[in-house]
Design a binder for this molecule. Sequence first.
Ligand SMILES: Nc1nc2c(ncn2[C@@H]2O[C@H](COP(=O)(O)OP(=O)(O)O)[C@@H](O)[C@H]2O)c(=O)[nH]1
Ligand SMILES: [Mg+2]
Length: 314
Amino acid sequence: MSEPKRGWFQRLTQGLSRSSKQMGEQITSAFTAKAPLDQAKLDELEEMLIEADLGPHSAARITERFGREKFGKAVDEQEIKESLAEAIGDELSSRQGRFDPLSGPRPYIVLFIGVNGSGKTTTLGKIAADLRSKGAKVLIVAGDTFRAAAVEQLKVWAERSGADFMSRPTGSDAAGLAFDAIERAQREAYDVVLIDTAGRLQNKQGLMDELLKVIRVIKKLDPEAPHETLLVLDATVGRNALAQENIFGNQIGVSGIVMTKLDGTARGGVLVPVAQASDSPIKLIGVGEGIDDLQPFDPRAFARSLVGLEEPIR
Ligand SMILES: Nc1nc2c(ncn2[C@@H]2O[C@H](COP(=O)(O)OP(=O)(O)O)[C@@H](O)[C@H]2O)c(=O)[nH]1
Ligand SMILES: [Mg+2]
């Protein structure tokens, strides 16, 4: 996951096409004539950014900057997109993080957290496949012990990727499983341990307590672990993702964010306020269900794709 795969920009563009189509259509309708940029057009632009879920603060900053650069000038669609992409890219540039488990300590322990349906298991599976293709020795741990279906789903990913797999019967203690898995990973010299977790227990505090217990137990075997706690957020829930980031970030501690299902929404701009609200960087993004649809987060490429520009800038 450290290096983007071939054709990644096309996948990104394709994945963000719902968002960029929406924005593109609005830009086209608002800026048809090559008329000088006035306040009414700026207001329209700001409204459009808010509608794309970029959040009021970013929308205001981006619009203000755009106005400063272009006010009174004739602007065409392409120029607007270029300027917007640059401004959005700048909003995000400090919010990028690298997920690179193969350059860390061994075994490198990664915990996946987030609410049910956010994409934890799928993301874990995609990462396992990527690591296996690089020859890494990978152990997948089915820490969502509450649902039999969750264990089965993860097992399929393990078989597909050729990673080893550990689970327990439904209802077992996830922390106990995590302990056994890490002990085994240390004994058998695994490179990476990927631990899935439940997204829903009886109540929110129950879930948080369970996750904290898993982390405490992991630390008994490796005080530095988990080396990575990835919070998986679903872009299609919109600004709800902000609330999730807040809860998991404050209660559990997060080292990186994965934003999934950017292909499933016309409001992929929500990544911007999430990135800005969070203490931890965005490390990966999901733009589809396939193995190659998980990408390292690249702020400039994301911004360009979001506004519908075809080429990455290098
Ligand atoms: N379109 C799309 N679907 C995704 C993406 N990531 C996950 N999904 C789907 O979202 C659903 C829930 O994912 P899952 O990994 O089971 O979520 P979990 O409950 O957090 O483990 C599944 O149908 C996945 O295939 C993505 O980036 N794009
Ligand atoms: Mg799951």
